[in-house]
Design a protein around this ligand. Structure first.
Ligand SMILES: [Zn+2]
Length: 197
């Protein structure tokens, strides 16, 4: 069965790349501010693990909001890193690419702590899987780490430090700003991991 991973280059998807070793990884440059760093991190991890890496570029900045788009968040935004329909958009681009590669399962990097956004819930993953299967048949969408926090995923997957070191988590910039939700999550996860070690 051919598998692919939607790879942003953040801690969660990097850990899944190591743990699940998909045949393909797909990184989307949708105009997010950290796109260059995310593509660099993703390419490095794929090279280290022998995963075929594909970059899909679709400029969606005109439809973004907040930290990731480099704009003032929409009045309706529930969080500074909210981008309307973001995961729905990314999964759609990834399966559009994946179907041409013969992919049967697309892994996405959702973890338990993402459930604060509706597109980070188990119900969302189920609905996306149902929709993708309903539309084109055989392609499944799975979130193998959805029951884990990020530190639990790193430990469960036994992800080595030299792989994790490639991860890029900042939502705002190519160099970590240390002051956004992505950076804060990275800092908290690394602290939890070093406490447990
Ligand atoms: Zn940041």
């Amino acid at each position: 069965m051919t598998t692919a991973l939607l790879l942003s280059g953040g801690m969660d998807s990097v850990s899944i790349a190591w743990w699940k070793r998909p045949e393909h990884a797909i990184t989307i440059d949708y105009g997010q501010r950290a796109a260059q760093a995310e593509k660099r991190a993703s390419a490095a991890v794929c090279a280290a693990l022998g995963i075929k890496h594909h970059v899909v570029t679709v400029d969606c900045r005109a439809l973004g909001s907040g930290d990731m788009a480099g704009t003032v968040p929409d009045a309706t935004a529930p969080a500074s890193d909210w981008w309307p329909y973001r995961n729905q958009m990314l999964i759609t681009f990834a399966v559009m690419k994946g179907i041409a590669l013969g992919v049967r399962t697309l892994y996405i990097g959702t973890v338990r702590s993402d459930e604060g956004h509706r597109d980070g819930t188990k119900e969302f993953v189920r609905l996306m899987n149902d929709l993708v299967q309903y539309q084109e048949g055989e392609l499944k969408v799975e979130a193998p780490a959805i029951g884990f926090s990020t530190p639990e995923l790193v430990r469960h997957g036994e992800v080595p430090d030299n792989i994790l070191a490639w991860a890029h988590s900042c939502h705002k910039a190519d160099l970590p700003c240390n002051n956004c939700r992505g950076c804060n999550k990275y800092i908290e996860s690394m602290a939890a991991l070093s406490e447990a070690a």
